[in-house]
Each structure stands twice: as structure tokens, then as C-alpha cells.
Write a new protein. Structure first.
Length: 149
């Protein structure tokens, strides 16, 4: 089964929580944990990895918190997923460099198809910004409340 791990899913939620607040917003880890339903046991590892990869700024102390290092329009879903999952490869053969890695490389019709699917997926993930996700998430409660009324 091809799927992202739980830590990656929570990392997306962390970045989304900050993106929803707008540029320059600073939130505490507690606020994000509560809003995004992230277990405390995951939060410190997620914050550390996001900071290490340059997707999050951390500010220690009483007035500290977490902040996006650049506008949400410049952070993509692909950025966060690759920060936790590493390079996205649909098949090991996609990283094969020569005949020694894959004896069928030169004449494999499947490899070219995997390549097309991989490129399409990466392109789509790179086109999804956290600004877009934030706008969509802010619109959802409005749409639900309109249905209930």
C-alpha cells in the first residue's frame, strides 16, 4: 500500500494551522496540538524535523512559539511530504541508474509509465500550496453551517 505515514500527516496539519493564521502568525505548540488533534508524543519530533528542513521557525521562551519561515503561498504539500518521507519514488526502478540496477531498464515499458505517473503526482503536489489549503479549510465551516441552517 502506498501511503504517507502518520507523522507526515501531522506535519501537514502543523503547517496548515500556521498558514490559516496568515503571514507572520506565531502559535504555541499547545495551540496547534489542540486545534489539529495531534498527540503530544508526536509534536516535538514533528517540530524538530520541520525546523531542520527549513519549513518552520521556532522561538523558545515564554513569548515563543512556531512560525512559518516564508509565506504559505511558497510552501507546498510536496515540500512537507518530502521533508518526512524523503524523495518520492513510485518504484525502485525509478532510481535505477544503469543496467546493473535493472536488467530491463533499456526496454521496459512499465518504467516509462511509472515515470509519467510519478511526474504527474509530483507536479500536482508541488502545485498545492498551504495558502490554497488554508483558504479551503477556512471555507469549509462556512459551507457546513450553511447546510445546517
Amino acid at each position: 500500500m502506498l501511503r504517507i505515514n502518520r507523522q507526515t500527516d501531522y506535519a501537514v496539519r502543523v503547517v496548515l494551522a500556521l498558514a490559516k493564521r496568515g503571514e507572520g502568525a506565531k502559535l504555541s505548540t499547545n495551540e496547534i496540538q489542540q486545534e489539529m488533534l495531534i498527540p503530544p508524543s508526536f509534536m516535538s519530533r514533528i517540530v524538530a524535523q520541520l525546523a531542520k528542513t527549513g519549513l518552520l521557525n521556532t522561538f523558545p521562551g515564554r513569548e515563543g512559539g512556531l512560525m512559518l519561515p516564508r509565506p504559505a503561498a511558497q510552501i507546498t504539500l510536496k515540500d512537507v511530504v518530502e521533508a518526512f518521507e524523503g524523495p518520492i519514488l513510485l518504484s525502485v526502478c525509478m532510481q535505477a541508474k544503469g543496467e546493473d540496477d535493472c536488467p530491463f531498464r533499456a526496454n521496459c515499458p512499465v518504467r516509462t509509465k511509472w515515470g509519467r505517473v510519478q511526474v504527474a503526482m509530483l507536479r500536482e503536489m508541488a502545485s498545492i500550496t498551504f495558502e490554497d489549503l488554508a483558504k479551503e479549510s477556512l471555507a469549509v465551516p462556512l459551507a457546513i453551517s450553511n447546510l445546517v441552517s
